[in-house]
Design a protein around this ligand. Structure first.
Ligand SMILES: Cc1cc2nc3c(=O)[nH]c(=O)nc-3n(C[C@H](O)[C@H](O)[C@H](O)COP(=O)(O)O)c2cc1C
Length: 171
């Protein structure tokens, strides 16, 4: 996905690997909507997410939903996600689509606009022996289609956030 994304001129992309970021289970005393973070790992995660306009979530399907580590990382923050865009690449036996449907509902609560185009990688058809990544040709086009929509919405929402900073009394 990064290989396809890196060829674009309209945005820059960075991988955030949750295994490296290694957040503990949510451990803030107040809900994220209070915008009062105590723990250094929360402050650091908030700074990281605040610095991006849009997100591509790469999501395996676990029991028809997203994995707990991803939900935990999302739940840590609130304002840093608001009025941004997200797209999805999922993988699982049937393309991981059910995990993405759940993610869309979670994102709605965080005021993240999720683009329609999405990439569902099948463990059967896009991996050899269920392990080695070997995507069908169409998947590269699907990634580009998803990134096109993400760049559009990410740019528009960036403008919205910037106009609020410039004119904070406008609702
Ligand atoms: C706890 C668990 C639950 C899973 N549930 C599903 C599932 O509901 N549907 C599916 O297609 N694959 C399911 N899988 C298979 C994973 O999607 C697949 O192994 C995927 O490669 C896991 O990605 P990861 O190795 O990056 O965690 C499950 C795997 C695990 C570990």
């Amino acid at each position: 996905v990064l290989g396809v994304a890196a060829q674009r001129q309209d945005a820059r992309f960075t991988v955030l690997d949750l295994a490296e970021i290694n957040l503990p289970l949510f451990d803030e005393p107040l809900p994220p909507m209070a915008a009062s973070y105590c723990n250094p790992h929360t402050v650091e995660w908030a700074r990281t997410i605040d610095s991006f306009d849009a997100f591509v979530f790469v999501v395996p399907e676990y029991n028809h939903g997203p994995p707990a580590a991803l939900k935990n990382a999302v739940d840590y923050l609130f304002a840093e996600w608001n009025d941004k865009a997200a797209g999805f690449v999922s993988y699982g036996v049937e393309g991981g689509i059910r995990a993405i449907e759940q993610m869309r509902l979670v994102m709605a609560e965080l005021k993240v606009a999720t683009v329609r185009a999405h990439v569902g990688l099948s463990k059967i058809d896009d991996f050899d022996e269920l392990v080695t990544f070997s995507p069908r040709d169409q998947q590269q086009r699907n990634v580009s289609a998803m990134l096109d929509e993400l760049a559009d919405w990410g740019g528009v929402l960036r403008g919205l956030r910037e106009s609020r900073i410039a004119d904070p009394v406008t609702p």
